[in-house]
Design a protein around this ligand. Structure first.
Ligand SMILES: Cc1cc2nc3c(=O)[nH]c(=O)nc-3n(C[C@H](O)[C@H](O)[C@H](O)COP(=O)(O)OP(=O)(O)OC[C@H]3O[C@@H](n4cnc5c(N)ncnc54)[C@H](O)[C@@H]3O)c2cc1C
Length: 330
């Protein structure tokens, strides 16, 4: 998917990873680079003052400790420690979604050379992702309206099976699938904190905001914002001040990146988006620009931005006058 892109000097490649293995590598690397790593500790609160930040942390054995630093980078994911304490989390007004997902052997993926590609199966309201993690292990999930899940009154695995049965391509791909472990459910995604920074505080990744996982941007946005936050803190430490200017610049960059994915996710749930997205026409290098941005080319400048505006504008036009064939979900 990322093989065609516009205006990007870099080669892009997406890799599918097992999160437990990947996260373990990251934490080992952080420790090797000099970070003090404490596993099994939970941060319950924070307090900033003119010179720094205090946090209160609890160990699994009940031990409590106060820790102090010059800056706090909140990377607590959807735990959203600092955003919740400040009461600034805003849920998306319409995207009230829920996912049921699990790992499977025996899923039918595409033949080589596409055997490792992510597959999206879009139904009228719901959609499935199929992400090959290894030669025979595939992560499969279904995203639906939270209301639909609640009103169906089914367990996650019953609900998952019902959705599979509703879709011919999913029935075929899952015909010989065997679940590895239980089917899980998770809700309440798509939110943003009103602020990504505070006094001596920066929020990164899901602790800034979380989006419906359709474009698999979560880990990229977490790493992108983590890198920018580290740079902002280093510049602030060098200046010997509280870094307000650097923190505000960080907030703007991350907000802009997130706003783009936010707009893509909102449009994804509309039929005109799917119509245009599935019938790309190679005019003005639009498909390449959309690919490049989805492949995380967020600093492509004006040439990328005007193409994205044009892409969104074409979707608006498509809603009224069909520029490409209409889709029927029947
Ligand atoms: C159903 C679903 C499917 C997804 N699929 C994809 C995908 O295909 N590709 C993709 O890129 N992204 C996907 N995502 C999104 C991705 O998982 C997140 O965006 C990403 O993990 C964010 O990284 P993070 O470091 O901000 O948070 P996390 O990875 O959640 O890490 C937060 C860490 O903070 C810890 N923590 C939380 N609270 C506290 C506390 N109080 N004290 C101490 N530690 C705490 C947690 O234990 C955790 O270790 C998906 C998400 C969901 C829900």
């Amino acid at each position: 998917m990322f093989s065609e892109k516009a205006g990007s000097p870099r080669e892009w490649e997406a890799i599918q990873v097992e999160r437990a293995t990947f996260d373990h590598l990251l934490i080992k690397h952080a420790a090797a680079a000099g970070a003090e790593v404490r596993e099994g500790w939970t941060v319950s609160s924070f307090k900033t003052d003119a010179e720094g930040v205090n946090i209160k942390a609890h160990a699994g054995n009940g031990e409590v400790e106060s820790l102090r630093g010059k800056f706090l980078i909140d990377a607590s994911g959807r735990g959203n420690v600092t955003g919740n304490q400040e009461g600034i989390r805003v849920m998306h007004p319409r995207l009230k979604k829920l996912a049921v997902f699990g790992h499977f052997y025996g899923v039918r993926v595409d033949p080589e050379p596409k055997a490792n590609d992510t597959i999206i199966v879009r139904m009228e309201n719901n959609w499935f992702w199929l992400i090959p993690l290894s030669r025979d292990k595939v992560r499969v999930g279904c995203v639906m309206d939270k209301d639909e899940f609640v009103s169906a009154k089914q367990t996650p695995d019953m609900n998952f099976d019902r959705n599979v049965q509703c879709s011919k391509p999913m029935r075929e791909r899952m015909a010989e699938a065997r679940a590895i472990g239980p089917i899980q459910a998770t809700a309440d995604f798509s939110y943003r904190n009103k602020r990504f920074v505070g006094h001596r505080l920066l929020r990164v990744g899901d602790a800034a905001g979380f989006l419906d996982p359709i474009f698999s941007a979560g880990v990229f946005l977490a790493m992108h914002s983590g890198k920018l936050a580290a740079e902002a803190v280093m510049k602030s430490l060098d200046s010997g001040q509280d870094g307000t200017r650097h923190l505000l610049a960080y907030e703007k960059k991350v907000y802009d990146a997130m706003a783009f994915y936010w707009e893509m996710v909102e449009k994804f749930y509309t039929t005109p988006f799917m119509e245009v997205f599935l019938e790309p026409r190679n005019r003005f290098h639009l498909p390449a620009a959309v690919n490049a941005v989805l492949a995380d080319e967020l600093e492509g400048g004006w040439s990328m931005r005007w193409r994205m505006r044009m892409f969104f504008w074409i979707i608006k036009l498509q809603a009224r006058w069909p520029l490409v064939p209409r889709i029927s979900f029947n």
